[in-house]
Each structure stands twice: as structure tokens, then as C-alpha cells.
Design a protein around this ligand. Structure first.
Ligand code: NAD
Ligand code: DAU
Length: 336
């Protein structure tokens, strides 16, 4: 396939780009990324000499750029990862979330419609369902009850994308994944933040009582699910993607401390996140039935691999934590 990937310098997008080239899913892969604070060309060093890959530095909101790329490259599909992706940042400043996640998705959909693109895979999140009370798990028909500006902007973009199938028959498929973890994740999210702080004996800030539940999905399992949904899923359909490993945050943090040999005394309780969703839980049967996909990496194994990656890459951590990161960290955690 010839692919246009958006956000392919970020955490999940770069994992998808590396895998798509390694597995020869893509004969040609154009990677459009704005390189925000979360975009990092270091995530792509292992494929930088691969002639099938072309990196384009640009904004998905730039409709003319997107249309020109579609006309010139004639991809078979767009795989759309580009987004503002961090809930805490959406609380500190929601504007960029509406701009990229809603208007950026609209710009891609319009260009795709004009170019009669054969396939559009919109990468979304289980956060659109909001907090889910036990004993329920959300299937794809569960109501959308987004809590944060981030998840609301993703829910908006999901509905917009699906409307392009219903109204214009643009073949759009939506995936909604649970919490990803793995190498190259920006250390603002729970797992990389706790690993990188633990490695430097810094406090590990748990929001509230730490009993909020998240379902953990290894990033390569997510990327394989996206490929399965793109190639074996149906247009107009939504597919949940879960790791079938739900854990309270406190347990995850304790596992990180045990694996890094650091003391529990590093844990600090800080004020809770406003609007904090208590529990995420989804079913993944629809994707499994339709495509045969299954999550392959058990959490203990994926976590050990991830910790090892952060141990092996102190320079990557130091670079992404310089500059803007410190001011974000102070804004989010100081006085909490
Ligand atoms: P990330 O923040 O690590 O990366 C986002 C990438 O998008 C960066 O490379 C950034 O430079 C790029 N980008 C941002 N705005 C852009 C714009 N206007 N134009 C072009 N590029 C732009 O995000 P991630 O964690 O890799 O998430 C990727 C996608 O997966 C997002 O759509 C997110 O909502 C979704 N998702 C993430 C998770 C998770 O746990 N991280 C789970 C489910 C779904
Ligand atoms: O569910 C999928 C979503 O998972 C994705 O759509 C988002 O892009 C991704 O950021 C993630 O959202 P969460 O809000 O669940 O992830 P985060 O890593 O920010 O937080 C996970 C849990 O850990 C959440 O309950 C908040 C808590 N937390 C987080 C941080 C950063 C803490 O207790 N302390 C922290 O410092």
C-alpha cells in the first residue's frame, strides 16, 4: 500500500511507521507531522535511510498542503494519528485541541473527499466513552460521554469522520484504543513519567487516591490492530482496541518502582485531575471477530521492555525534558 500517515513523529505514529516499513505493509509512506513538542524525528532514526519513507514537515490544518500531497503521492489510504493527545494539557489550554483534533481532521477529510481517497483510518480513543461504571464494558455502541477538552475534541472528530462515510461515502474506519505504553512515549503520560522520574529518584505524583483504572495496550499491538482494521475492517465501522489488562494507577506505579528497584517513598499524592475519569473499560471482540487481531504482549513483558528502553536512552529523555517540558511540568504539578 501507499500510505499517508499523519503524526508519524509522535509516540504511536512513529511506532506505526517503523512497523509498517519493517513488515513491508507500505511500499511508500509519506509522513506528515507538524513537529509540535510531542513530535520527535529521533523516533524515526532507525528508518531515516529507508527510501520508501518521506517526511513532510507541515500542519494537517493546511488544507492546500494536504490536497497537494494527495494529488502528488496518490496514497491508497490516510492513517490519521496527528493530534494533541494529553488530557492535562487540554485542561491547561484547550484551544490547540479544537484546532488540530477537530479542524485538522476536517481539513484531512475534505482533502480526502476531493481526491476520492480509497481509505481513511481515523485513530481515536476509548476516552470518548468517558468514565464507565463497573461492571460494564463499553462496546462500540456505547454513548459518547467525553469528560475533558481532549476527549471531547476526539469525539467531535470521530463523529465528523463517520459523517463523511454516511454522507459522502468516503470509506472511513475509526479505531478507539485504550491507554498505550511503550518506547518513545513523551514523559507527560503516566507510565513514561513515572519511569523517568523513578530512574532519577524524583517524586512520583499520583493524582487523588490513585485507584482510577486504565486498560493498558502495548503500542505495537495497537499498531497491528490499526493495520488489521485498515485492511480487514469495513468502512463506516468503529473498532475498539484494548489490551485486556485493567489496573489501578497505584498498582502500575508500584510495579514500576519494583522493576526499577526504587523505594515506595518516592510516591507523592497530589491534587486530583479536574473531571478525572474513574474507570475505562472496553470490549475488543468486534475487532477480533472481524480481523483475527489479538493483543500479543502481556503487560509485565511490555512494561519490562519499556523500562529497559528508557534505561537505554537517557539522552532521548534528557532532550525531550529540556526546554518546554520543564515549564509544562511546573504549570501542571507546582502547587498541586
Ligand atoms: P503524541 O502526542 O505522542 O503525537 C502526536 C503527533 O502529532 C506528534 O508527532 C505531533 O507533532 C503531531 N501533530 C500534532 N498536531 C499536528 C498538526 N496540527 N499537524 C500535523 N501533525 C501534528 O500522540 P500519541 O500518543 O502518539 O497519539 C496518537 C494518536 O493516537 C492520537 O490521535 C491520539 O488521540 C490517539 N490515541 C492515543 C492513545 C495513547 O494512549 N497515547 C490511546 C488511544 C488513542
Ligand atoms: O485511554 C486512552 C487515552 O489514554 C488516550 O486517548 C490519551 O491520548 C492518553 O493520554 C491516555 O489518557 P489518560 O488520561 O488515561 O492518560 P495519562 O497517562 O495522562 O493518565 C493515566 C492515568 O494516570 C490517569 O488516571 C491519570 C493518572 N496520572 C497521570 C499522570 C500524568 C497520575 O496519577 N499522575 C500523573 O502524573
Amino acid at each position: 500500500m501507499r500510505l499517508l500517515v499523519t503524526g508519524g513523529a509522535g509516540f504511536i505514529g512513529s511506532a506505526f511507521v517503523r512497523l509498517a516499513l519493517r513488515e513491508s505493509w507500505a511500499a511508500r509512506l509519506v509522513n506528515l507531522d507538524k513537529l509540535t513538542y510531542a513530535g520527535n524525528l529521533e523516533n524515526l532514526v532507525s528508518i531515516e535511510s529507508d527510501g520508501r519513507h518521506r517526511f513532510v514537515h507541515g500542519d494537517i490544518c493546511d488544507a492546500q498542503l494536504v490536497l497537494t500531497l494527495l494529488e502528488k503521492e496518490k496514497p491508497d489510504a490516510i492513517v490519521h494519528f496527528a493530534a494533541e493527545s494529553h488530557v492535562d494539557r487540554s485542561i491547561l489550554g484547550p484551544a490547540a485541541f479544537v484546532e488540530t483534533n477537530v479542524r485538522g481532521t476536517f481539513s484531512l477529510l475534505e482533502a480526502a473527499r476531493a481526491a476520492r481517497l480509497p481509505r481513511f483510518l481515523h485513530v481515536s480513543t476509548d476516552e470518548v466513552y468517558g468514565s464507565i461504571d463497573e461492571p460494564h464494558d463499553a462496546d462500540e455502541n456505547y454513548p459518547l460521554r467525553a469528560s475533558s477538552p481532549y476527549s471531547a475534541s476526539k469525539a467531535g472528530s470521530d463523529l465528523l469522520a463517520l459523517s463523511y462515510w454516511t454522507t459522502f461515502k468516503l470509506p472511513v474506519t475509526v479505531t478507539r484504543a485504550s491507554n498505550n505504553y511503550g518506547p518513545c512515549q513523551f514523559p507527560e503520560k503516566l507510565i513514561p513519567l513515572m519511569i523517568s522520574n523513578a530512574l532519577e529518584d524524583k517524586p512520583l505524583p499520583i493524582y487523588g487516591d490513585g485507584m482510577q483504572v486504565r486498560d493498558w495496550l502495548y503500542v505495537d499491538d495497537h499498531c497491528r490492530a490499526i493495520w488489521a482494521a485498515l485492511t480487514k475492517g469495513a468502512p463506516g465501522e468503529i473498532y475498539n482496541v484494548g489490551g485486556s489488562r485493567a489496573l489501578p494507577n497505584r498498582t502500575v506505579v508500584e510495579m514500576i518502582l519494583a522493576a526499577t528497584g526504587k523505594p515506595r517513598g518516592l510516591i507523592t499524592t497530589v491534587a486530583d485531575r479536574p473531571g478525572h475519569d474513574r474507570r475505562y473499560a472496553i470490549t475488543t471482540e468486534k475487532l477480533e471477530r472481524a480481523t483475527g487481531w489479538q493483543a500479543l504482549v502481556p503487560f509485565e513483558q511490555g512494561l519490562a521492555q519499556t523500562i529497559q528502553w528508557y534505561k537505554d536512552n537517557p539522552a532521548w529523555i534528557a532532550r525531550v525534558r529540556s526546554g518546554e517540558y520543564q515549564s509544562y511540568y511546573d504549570r501542571n504539578y507546582a502547587g498541586r
